[in-house]
Write a protein that binds this ligand. Structure first.
Ligand SMILES: [Zn+2]
Ligand SMILES: [Zn+2]
Length: 324
């Protein structure tokens, strides 16, 4: 149930263990991360030992190697769901433009907005057209071009390297209507060609985000700076990687709505480690590192503590998928 974020293929580790050790041997991984090595050692009848500086890594490893009692887990999970459903429902509630009924946001795509140097319009990267061009070394490369400039016959590349980033805005929502609409899933955009869908995007989807933004999150979440650097000191990352660290607090890795949902889930999980582990498993997909890509979603590599600047950030509520 927990897809660890930098997991190496277990079957590759499996081969190493089988080749280099005998059953009953001790396999030590002093930088164990998700605990894949320890897990595969146990699966092959070896003794496993894992060490990691990260408390999260140890927490996850422990659960891989010593799974919880599933019956107890199920009971605790059902309790958790009952407790958080009213709040989570409120956080992601919107209105279906087809049946006028209440529906739930599945995800919201955020896009960087740049001021185009060709036409001076503020253009979301999400709206840019991808074009293949030949670069100076003769190789093909894909660039994003301004749709407004293109409509006037001019090709203007939009890029974070050459353009000023004005904002990051919600541009598309996907919602799930379980009333009677077919298909159940639908999307709408801030500039939707369907006027009714466009209206509902602004009146309900955006309004809900604003409503959440106007309130304080009523549950605990970490407010300390990255690496616990005290206020007044240079922020973490800048000293060694100038210009690359684009956030200062862990909470900045999430939209306020998703941060609210996660803190609500952790609060409801209380001191139950099984539930904390379950909530932890959803954190990456709920963060701004979740990318909206053509053909599916992706997670910006965990080793890179940046948030994506490409087409969009998909901030989904996926915890509801975790059911038994
Ligand atoms: Zn509907
Ligand atoms: Zn333009």
């Amino acid at each position: 149930m927990h897809a660890y974020w930098s997991k190496k293929p277990h079957d590759a580790i499996d081969e190493y263990i089988k080749h280099h050790t005998e059953p009953g041997d001790i396999v030590l991984d002093p930088f164990c991360g998700s605990g894949g090595t320890v897990l595969m050692a146990l699966a092959n009848g070896r003794k496993g030992m894992g060490i990691d500086l990260s408390p999260v890594a140890i927490f996850i490893s422990r659960y891989y190697c010593i799974p919880p009692d599933l019956e107890e887990f199920k009971k605790a999970y059902n309790k958790l769901v009952t407790k958080v459903i009213p709040e989570i429902t409120w956080l992601y509630e919107t209105k279906c433009e087809r049946c006028e009924g209440k529906t739930s946001i599945a995800y919201t795509v955020y896009s960087s907005v740049f001021r185009c140097k060709g036409c001076s319009n503020d253009i979301p990267l999400f709206d840019c057209i991808t074009k293949e061009v030949i670069n100076s070394t003769g190789r093909p490369k894909k660039i994003k071009i301004c749709p407004v400039c293109l409509s006037k016959g001019h090709i203007q590349e939009i890029s974070g390297r050459t353009h000023e980033k004005i904002d990051v805005l919600p541009v598309e929502t996907s919602y799930i209507c379980t009333n009677s609409c077919k298909p159940v899933r639908a999307t709408r955009r801030y500039n939707d060609p369907d006027i009714k869908r466009q209206k509902y995007f602004h009146e309900y989807d955006l309004r809900k985000i604003q409503e959440v933004e106007e309130q304080d999150i009523p549950f605990w979440y970490p407010k300390n700076r990255m690496m616990n650097i005290p206020d007044g000191q240079r922020r973490w990352g800048v000293l060694w990687r100038a210009g690359t660290a684009n956030f200062e607090y862990v909470s900045e890795l999430f939209t306020k709505r998703n941060l609210w949902a996660i803190s609500s889930l952790f609060n409801a999980a209380g001191s139950n480690d099984d539930l904390k582990w379950l909530v932890n498993s959803a954190i990456m997909a709920l963060s701004k590192k979740a990318q909206h890509l053509k053909g599916g979603r992706g997670i910006y590599p965990w080793s890179l503590l940046y948030t994506p600047a490409n087409e969009g950030k998909k901030c989904a509520l996926i915890i509801i998928k975790y059911s038994f």
